[in-house]
Design a protein around this ligand. Structure first.
Ligand code: SF4
Ligand code: FES
Length: 385
């Protein structure tokens, strides 16, 4: 189970004029597997997933971690699918730690038990990011297509026994955004020092389920009030981050902190991507870590060069004062909504295609409530073999 988090969006923004000078990657997003016990309707994995047979070996990942550290990477984010589905997860944690990387496990908490958690901490795990589908069993089961909520609450209790950093990630949308108070109560009963309330981003499976996930404007406004109050009340105790749904924003998020600027993602089979969804962009060829070193890929891969810097930009981004803050938004969203990956992200209020996004929101917000709050026929993410 994997969904986008703000760690991969606005968090890494640097408010300096963009230059063509190439900096080191800061974080490596290691998609260890696409296998997962959950079937989340907003998963950011591609619609075509990799099977177990194509996954990189322990040895190759270990080499990649060394190369990453040599290239300047500070942190490895283990994600998937569900990274715990890898039977060599302890070896992978040890290898990343031995390479000198800060190791973050982004997990659904399944399959996990007390002994496994203790072994992961012993192996050198620095941080756990536990994701929730809601505050109650019923909605969590509906969204993940599996029984998972009680297990997550158990994992939260086990985490209290370890000296390890904990972040909770609540992925929010129309069906669970009204449970924020209960989600906050879960966070307050845990030892998490950071909680993300991340609205679904519309790529992968979320794009396919978009019309049933978008919150209403009324829900969004109410959620902002609740979270602002919570930020004030919990200041100094829990850091609360809130990612608004792109479609309602005035300006787009700086996706990945800018294409090929800070982050790189390795798929289960070893392809190096500038972002999670880059494979939707036609004409991009991705290098594989089985064939080339990470530094070589970072510096020379045509896919990483394609939207690096400003030369590729069209108007209005090309001359916009905000281009060094949001880098023109998200290339994959531009492709999905405008049919052109080099277009200004259509969620931007200055984009020529913003009316398309406004029409999607207007259609949804004017529909009868009884219609938009009925339980939908979800398109669930399957589990690859
Ligand atoms: Fe960002 Fe481009 Fe919109 Fe300016 S026009 S705010 S650079 S997306
Ligand atoms: Fe934003 Fe690809 S997901 S650039």
């Amino acid at each position: 189970m994997r969904e986008r988090s703000s760690r991969f969006s606005g968090d890494h923004t640097v408010k300096t004029r963009m230059t063509t000078e190439l900096s080191n990657p800061l974080a490596l997003i290691a998609e260890l597997t696409h296998r997962c016990p959950l079937h989340c309707v907003y998963c950011s994995n591609p619609l075509e997933m990799q099977s177990r047979a194509n996954e990189l070996s322990t040895e190759t990942w270990s080499r990649v971690f060394k190369e990453a550290a040599q290239a300047g990477v500070l942190q490895a984010d283990f994600t998937g699918g569900e990274p715990l589905a890898r039977t060599d997860i302890l070896e992978l944690v040890r290898a990343a730690r031995a390479a000198g990387l800060y190791v973050n496990l982004i997990t659904s908490g399944l399959p996990m038990d007390e002994a496994k958690l203790a072994a992961l901490v012993e192996a050198g795990l620095d941080h756990v990011q536990l994701s929730f589908q809601g505050a109650r069993e019923e909605i969590a089961n509906e969204i993940s297509g599996a029984r998972s909520h009680e297990q997550k609450l158990r994992v939260l209790e086990w985490l209290k026994q370890h000296r390890i950093a904990v972040t909770l990630n609540f992925v929010i949308h129309r069906r669970n955004i009204d449970q924020l108070e209960e989600m906050l109560a879960i966070a307050e009963s845990s030892n998490a020092t950071r909680v993300e309330f991340a609205n679904v981003q519309y790529y992968g499976w979320a794009f396919a389920n978009r019309e049933n996930l978008l919150p209403t404007r009324e829900q969004l406004n109410h959620s902002v009030e609740i979270l602002k109050r919570a930020q004030e009340r919990l200041k100094g105790k829990i850091r609360i981050q809130f990612v608004v749904p792109d479609y309602y924003a005035k300006y787009p998020k700086p996706c990945m902190g800018g294409w090929g600027r800070k982050l790189l993602l390795i798929t289960p089979s070893g392809d190096a991507l500038p972002c999670h969804a880059a494979q939707v962009i036609p004409g991009l060829a991705f290098e594989n870590v089985r064939d080339k070193s990470l530094r070589e890929i970072w510096e020379h891969s045509p896919a990483f060069q394609k939207f690096r810097g400003e030369a590729w930009m069209q108007e209005p981004c090309k001359t916009c004062d905000r281009r060094d803050q949001d880098f023109g938004g998200c290339r994959c969203q531009a492709l999905l909504l405008a049919g052109d990956a080099a277009a200004t992200d259509p969620v931007c209020s200055l984009a020529p295609l913003r009316p398309k996004v406004d029409a999607i929101l207007a259609g949804m917000n004017s529909a009868p409530r009884a219609e938009i709050f009925v339980k939908p026929n979800w398109l669930y993410r399957p589990n690859p073999s």
